[in-house]
Design a protein around this ligand. Structure first.
Ligand SMILES: Cc1cc2nc3c(=O)[nH]c(=O)nc-3n(C[C@H](O)[C@H](O)[C@H](O)COP(=O)(O)OP(=O)(O)OC[C@H]3O[C@@H](n4cnc5c(N)ncnc54)[C@H](O)[C@@H]3O)c2cc1C
Ligand SMILES: *[C@@H]1O[C@H](CO)[C@@H](O)[C@H](O)[C@H]1NC(C)=O
Ligand SMILES: *[C@@H]1O[C@H](CO)[C@@H](O)[C@H](O)[C@H]1NC(C)=O
Length: 623
């Protein structure tokens, strides 16, 4: 600490404003304070939400430490259609290329890229901008797993609190049938959710095709009925045609003198003192880079982890919180025995299909942008009217379909029966097979998942893209992955083992999904456009051939990583309690996607905002 203050004094003497300081940048302040009430690790959606709400009280001093930088007005981040370009510049990498997963044993030992946003705004600076919620039953399952206060009715006010919704226009309602339930939406939150001024008319056939198979249109997925096929807004400021993201939370807070954010700095670990058997977080250790001076900063009330589902478990492990074998392997002294840290990694493994339309619907598609003349017009429309194809990131129509609607009754029953025939530990990673708490927690999750899958109240599969093919995304995965530190060096990315399809139930669902996709393309609606499924082609026919296609082509992740510091009882392998406090500590909380005990069937950013909004109220109530 003394070393750090001396360092600050030098900085202050040599540099009149810290913006020119060599190793850190402090936004809205020319110096870090010696201590803060709250130190928040990570400036993604969870961290910035909590920082904004806590700093509403001017007496409370809040610091966010973020590893990435501001994207500023980078057009790649701002312009929705440039979502892939944004990704290139703002994610965690390795020194010699991309951050790759561990070999995927159930997918032929392939490795796959690890998606993790690195910028102020975290993943929301680069994500696909889909802004949907899961169904009511998905959140009620969190509550039923032993978390009072975490059901749908408890969370709905927080979903709304984060959002300012702009309804579709009258014309969009008339022409495209976009409906909405005003009671489900917020009117004054930092994140703007809206429909583009321009939408391709062909997307409406996604509805007709699914309707033909008896899958109903839900009026508004945001009111707990994210089931069937429905319209979903994007995290979009549709007046200016730009991304709305967690930086909007920062913008509301940045004029407050009690809110500081330090960017391009990386937290190594949480510092603790001990009294009796309880640990108290006293601050964090951080630096601006592997060769930069190491500093520490004090937190007088709480340390709050919001580094995301891949990095939060890493910070916990580097701090001595985790399972013994994981820590011992790197010479880290165990402070608290928490085998659930970095366990329970969940995501939505996804296979990508393709169908060609020999007689495509009129009105154009994003492929038009490959034509230089049409592209030039589209660009002009964007610049002049903040409209047109450049405002489209990844679309607005979603199919989230329950198991009974993607297969026949016999296959469904066989699938559900197989859930119960498995011993819970059989498909867990080997270290977990001897941890009773992890096995019990997984058993509780399996039972909950079986209950959700048996009904039409929770989605088993996302069918994204519709006309022309698209993603088949397994929503209720039984495979569980791991996040384990690679070394004791805080600048090493952790080892990510998605373990996708390690439980054969997930592969069975993928087979069901591919058969369903073919049925969808065979509907009258899509046959009118001459749809031909080309991927997987007709030669991929038997169940085993489909499995092989999935192993060879699917992605283990849809960038919905979650569950790695789960909110569950400690006897179920949980890491945080229902107040998000880490077991064995008096004042360390986790507020990001790590806490989700089960990943909901949805794209998860709006859930992360809602979790963090609720976390802020929990923390305020404890003040
Ligand atoms: C490519 C991609 C596409 C996606 N598409 C969608 C979509 O269309 N719709 C949707 O709903 N969701 C989508 N998601 C998911 C969504 O963006 C994430 O679930 C969400 O961002 C997670 O929020 P978080 O706060 O838990 O973590 P993150 O967003 O990962 O934020 C964590 C932050 O902590 C920082 N950090 C990490 N470690 C440290 C450390 N040691 N010290 C300091 N700072 C640290 C990181 O730099 C980062 O800014 C997508 C995600 C990605 C990556
Ligand atoms: C994948 O790697 C593991 C461990 O090295 C090995 O046992 C297994 O046979 C490999 N699987 C395939 C399909 O190559
Ligand atoms: C489309 O126009 C934009 C803006 O001028 C340009 O950056 C992009 O390269 C063009 N794309 C194609 C395929 O012509």
């Amino acid at each position: 600490m003394t070393k750090f203050l001396a360092f600050l004094a030098v900085v202050a003497a040599v540099f009149p404003t810290a913006l020119t300081a060599p190793t850190f940048q402090i936004v809205k302040r020319d110096q870090l304070l010696a201590s803060y009430d709250y130190v928040i690790v990570g400036g993604g959606p969870a961290g910035l939400t909590v920082a904004n709400r806590l700093s509403e009280n001017p007496k409370v001093k809040v610091l966010v430490i973020e590893g990435g930088d501001f994207a500023g007005d980078d057009p790649n981040v701002q312009i929705p259609r440039r979502v892939n370009e944004a990704y290139v510049d703002y994610h965690y990498k390795e020194a010699d290329g991309e951050w790759m997963s561990e070999p995927l044993e159930a997918m032929g030992n392939r490795t796959h890229m690890v998606y993790a946003g690195k910028a102020v705004g975290g993943g929301t600076a680069i994500n696909g901008m889909l802004f949907d919620r899961g169904a009511k039953s998905d959140y009620d399952a969190w509550k039923a797993l032993g978390n009072p206060g975490w059901g749908w009715n408890d969370l709905l006010p927080y979903f709304k609190k984060s959002e300012t919704f702009t309804p579709p226009t009258e014309e969009q309602r008339r022409e495209l049938g976009i409906e909405y339930n005003p009671a489900a939406h917020g009117t004054s939150g930092p994140i703007k959710s809206s429909y583009q001024k321009f939408l391709y008319p062909s997307v409406k056939y996604n509805f007709a095709a699914l309707n033909e198979l008896g899958i109903k249109t839900s009026k508004d997925g945001a009111d707990g009925n994210a089931l069937g096929v429905f319209w979903s807004p994007n995290a979009l400021d549709n007046v200016n045609g730009v991304r709305s993201y967690a930086v909007n939370y920062h913008e509301q807070a940045e004029s407050r003198a009690n809110y500081h954010i330090l960017v391009n700095n990386y937290v190594h670990k949480v510092d603790f003192s001990k009294k009796g058997s309880q640990y108290t977080a006293t601050g964090v250790t951080f630096s601006a880079g592997a060769d930069a001076p190491v500093n520490s900063i004090k937190a007088t009330k709480e340390v709050i982890l919001a580094a995301g589902a891949l990095q939060t478990p890493k910070v916990l492990q580097l701090s001595g919180l985790g399972g013994k074998s994981v820590l011992n392997a790197h010479g880290i002294k165990q402070l608290i025995d928490l085998p659930g840290v970095g366990f329970n990694l969940q995501d939505h493994p996804t296979a990508f299909t393709a169908a060609i339309m020999t007689n495509p619907p009129a009105g154009g598609s994003l492929e038009d942008l490959n034509d230089p003349a049409l592209n030039a017009t589209a660009w002009e429309t964007y610049v002049n009217e903040k409209s047109g194809p450049y405002t489209i990131a990844n679309g607005n129509t979603l199919g989230f379909i329950p198991l009974p609607q993607i297969t026949d009754a016999k296959t469904k029953l066989a699938y559900l029966k197989n859930i119960f025939l498995q011993r819970p530990e059989t498909y867990l990673p080997s270290f977990a097979r001897s941890e009773r708490t992890l096995i019990n927690g997984y058993l509780a999750q399996k039972t909950a998942l079986a209950g959700l899958l048996a009904t039409k109240k929770s989605a088993a599969l996302e069918v994204a893209g519709g006309v022309g093919g698209g993603a088949l995304s397994v929503q209720k995965s039984f495979s569980r992955g791991t996040v384990h530190i690679r070394s004791a060096n805080p600048f090493d990315n952790p080892k990510i083992d998605f373990r996708a399809f390690s439980n054969p139930l997930d592969m069975d669902l993928a087979v069901i999904a591919v058969r369903f996709f073919r049925k969808l393309q065979a509907t009258k609606t899509l046959q009118a456009f001459g749809s031909i499924v080309v991927f997987p082609g007709p030669e991929v026919e038997t169940d085993e051939q489909i499995r092989e296609w999935v192993r060879a082509t699917a992605w283990p992740s849809f960038a919905h990583m979650s569950g790695t510091a789960a909110m569950l009882a400690r006897t179920l392998g949980g890491v945080v309690d229902s107040k998000l406090k880490v077991y064995g500590t008096t004042n360390l909380r986790v507020v990001d996607a790590s806490i989700m005990p089960l990943v909901p069937s949805t794209h998860i950013q709006s859930t992360v905002y809602a979790v963090a909004e609720k976390a802020a109220d929990i923390i305020k109530a404890a003040q």
